[in-house]
Design a protein around this ligand. Structure first.
Ligand code: PMV
Length: 341
């Protein structure tokens, strides 16, 4: 058993946003301008072991490692280590505890390439660290804690299925909640175009977003899009969902490209993939694209056609890898796995 009171391994999934969170209204609390909606994935996960120790045992602070596929541990690079430590400070502040942590983490997918690795990574860290302290927080508390890592989308990864992170004016820091469980079997076939870290972080993208002339216009469109996406999820209607999915992705990137200074997350391959998804539809395959803050393209389709979609994407030379993922149940404790061992 991995789960003793002070050492726990958790895996938490990435999610793909249908209605994007883009633009931070209040950075400290990580409050968005509006509600966002996503689908929690299953295969793209972060695996994180946290070991809580008395503060005296780690006089130099929390130790943060990356675990390789062979099990070897390397010290995380400065930027990542600083973010993880800052998040562990929030965990200590929230729980009133003083323990420090040894943490090892690895992803099942390319990090920092528009694949929401921060959402899976920080939700996994929030859950593993609190469990290592012997606490079993509820989903609401974990959602708020995960969000306070600075990755707002982490708030949605603690919940399975189709998830809404509400941002109503009177209730600005509400936890994410499930709109529908994972029984609508949608696939997310990801065309991976770039595997390295992106040049401009989403945190910086959120900061710049309101400087775009497109930002206000999208805010006006959000209420109707939210209503459509909620209805599409409720009635399992991909034809209703698809056009809003694509419009949301294009708008996010239009805002990024017209921010001051502009941010270009797309690569030539992204345009090619978007075009081939349109062609797939003309061929009668129900498939719709979306993109987060990166060059990769996520193609949403029923699971019955994911093989057809994956084969088409694999034919595109710019596509380095195709990941077949689908809606999932959310985080879980990984008994028998210990990345610090
Ligand atoms: O959670 P962050 O700060 O990494 O921002 C996520 C932003 C998008 O992935 C582009 C959109 C979203 O809602 O997930």
């Amino acid at each position: 058993m991995t789960e003793t009171r002070d050492r726990v391994t958790v895996s938490s999934p990435a999610n793909i946003a249908f209605l994007k969170y883009w633009g931070t209204r209040e950075p400290r609390q990580v409050l968005p301008y509006h509600t966002s909606i996503s689908m929690t994935l299953e295969e793209c996960r972060s695996f994180t072991t946290a070991h809580a120790l008395p503060a005296e045992a780690l006089p130099n602070g929390d130790q943060i490692y990356l675990a390789g596929d062979d099990g070897a541990l390397t010290l995380a690079e400065d930027d990542f280590r600083a973010r993880a430590r800052a998040h562990l400070d929030v965990v200590r502040e929230t729980t009133g505890r003083t323990e420090r942590f040894r943490v090892a983490t690895r992803n099942s997918f390319p990090s920092a390439a528009g694949m929401a690795s921060s959402a899976s990574g920080f939700s996994a860290l929030a859950i593993a660290a609190t469990r290592a302290l012997g606490l079993e927080l509820g989903t609401d508390q974990l959602s708020v804690l995960a969000r306070r890592s600075g990755s707002g989308s982490a708030a949605r990864s603690v919940v399975g299925g189709f998830v809404e992170w509400p941002a109503e004016p009177g209730e600005p820091s509400a936890p994410a909640r499930q709109l529908a469980d994972a029984s609508w079997q949608l696939a997310d076939v990801v065309a991976v175009l770039e595997t390295g870290p992106k040049e401009v972080s989403s945190r910086e993208g959120h900061r710049r977003a309101p400087s775009s002339p497109c930002f206000e216009r999208r805010l006006e469109l959000v209420p109707e899009r939210l209503a459509t996406i909620r209805r599409a999820i409720e009635t399992r209607d991909l034809d209703l969902l698809g056009p809003v999915l694509e419009a949301e992705a294009i708008d996010l990137h239009a805002i990024a490209m017209t921010s001051e200074p502009p941010i270009f997350y797309w690569s030539p391959g992204s345009v090619e993939v978007l075009g081939s998804v349109r062609t797939l539809r003309l061929d009668g395959v129900p498939a719709w694209s979306t993109m987060d803050a990166g060059a990769n393209v996520h193609v949403l389709c029923p699971r019955e056609v994911e093989g057809t979609v994956a084969r088409r994407l694999e034919e595109i030379p710019a596509v380095v890898r195709v990941i077949r993922d689908h809606v999932g149940e959310g985080p879980r404790v990984e008994d028998g796995l210990d990345l610090l061992a």
